[in-house]
Design a protein around this ligand. Structure first.
Ligand code: PGA
Length: 249
């Protein structure tokens, strides 16, 4: 037993409108009542945060934004600040999801600044890292992860959690094998402990990339996998609940 509380998060990406968000939250709340042993977080789109906050008020389920701007306020059309996320009750925020790295050209440095901004707003950053297929096949996986992790940890204070999401496994149905995921998580754990000491032992390392009810239990059985960041299967409350069930300590 690692002593780390499992953490399971659903990233809704650019899916759902308010009525769907409300129905999802009602259903997940109903199912989750009485379930102990895992921390659960939803990452809806910005326009849904108010609805989700209302629907989850008083429950054990937390919610967060999918991104934030690194400065606290100002002339940044279309962006959202940490203070604005905190204002709608967010306790988490995703930083550096590979889709933001790809679609918006986010650099490691920017992601580190976002993680620091989140902390300054009282929100825990869940920093996403992961190699592309090309980086893996050219033998650069650990070099890439080392660089991405160092940028995340350079942000003071440190992240709330790290999500390892191999880019080639996101939305593709190609999950990393439990052995491959554990190999990377063990590497990241050693790096975290070297950088942060006992805080590095306590930090939760999540796996993401085509996690489903059918593969969650064998991934969760790995000693350095502390939970999941789920995309596709997290859009359905039943499937997400089954993944949570496989992740209770
Ligand atoms: P997926 O997405 O579960 O659909 O592969 C994971 C993610 O992007 O966080």
């Amino acid at each position: 037993m690692s002593g780390r509380t499992p953490l399971v998060a659903a990233n809704w990406k650019m899916h759902k409108v308010r009525a769907e968000a409300r129905d999802y939250c009602t259903e997940l709340r109903r199912r989750i009542e009485g379930v102990r042993g895992a921390e659960v977080v939803l990452f809806p789109g910005f326009t849904l945060l108010g609805t989700v906050a209302e629907a989850l008020a008083g429950s054990s389920i937390a919610w967060g934004g999918q991104d934030l701007h690194p400065v606290p306020q100002g002339a940044h059309t279309g962006d959202v600040s940490g203070a604005q996320l905190a204002d709608v009750g967010c306790s988490w925020v995703l930083c550096g999801h590979s889709e933001r790295r790809q679609d918006h050209g986010e650099s490691d440095e920017l992601i580190g600044a976002k993680a620091a901004a989140a902390r300054h707003s009282g929100i825990k950053p869940m920093v996403c890292i992961g190699e592309t297929e090309e980086q893996r096949s050219s033998g650069r996986t650990f070099e890439v992860l080392d660089r991405q992790l160092a940028a995340a940890l350079g942000a003071e204070p440190r992240p709330g959690a790290i999500a390892y999401e191999p880019v080639w496994a996101i939305g593709t149905g190609k999950t990393a094998t439990p052995e491959l995921a554990q190999e990377v998580h063990a590497f990241l754990r050693r790096r975290l402990e070297k950088a942060l000491g006992s805080a590095g032992t306590a930090l939760r390392l999540l796996y993401g990339g085509s996690v489903k009810p059918a593969n969650a239990a064998e991934l969760f059985a790995q000693p350095d996998i502390d939970g999941f960041l789920v995309g596709g299967a997290g859009l359905d409350p039943g499937q997400f609940f089954d993944i949570i069930g496989s992740s209770c300590a």
